[in-house]
Design a protein around this ligand. Structure first.
Ligand code: ZN
Length: 138
């Protein structure tokens, strides 16, 4: 079995952002030269997510509004976690959107459904944060 590891780094200007990383993951799959296997892609931070959904701007706006209803950023003092930090909402948002995705690789390509795209979900940005890509197969 072959394996391949790559780390991506993101440093967003805003506190929250959704970034389409499908091309980055496809590039890693090509570099791995693995024809059939699995790719794991996970946020390496507990205030960020990797998830699969549609690349549609209205939907991303809906995500933001929905997440702010569930876990509003402010007021900061509504959360027990916010003693010396202000990112309790980011931990909660990450929990909803999840840590990682796993995608099948067939013939050195991501074996996706028609509208599936991979996103990095940043909930407490403005600093460098990493995403791990780990590929196994043959
Ligand atoms: Zn925290």
């Amino acid at each position: 079995m072959k394996h391949y590891r790559k780390v991506l780094t993101f440093n967003t200007n805003q506190r929250r952002n959704f970034i389409n990383i499908t091309r980055d993951v496809e590039e890693a799959v090509r570099e791995s030269e693995i024809q059939n296997g699995l790719v794991l892609c996970n946020a390496m931070h507990i205030t960020a997510s990797v998830f699969i959904n549609d690349d549609e701007s209205g939907l991303h706006r809906d995500f933001e509004i929905w997440l702010e209803k569930l876990a509003p950023e402010k007021p900061y003092n509504q959360y027990y976690h916010n003693t010396y930090e202000d990112n309790a909402d980011a931990h909660l948002k990450r929990t909803i959107f999840g840590r990682e995705v796993v995608v099948a690789i067939t013939d050195n390509k991501l074996d996706f459904g028609p509208w599936e795209q991979i996103f990095y979900g940043e909930f407490d940005g403005k600093r460098p944060k990493r995403v791990l890509i780990k590929i196994i197969g043959e």
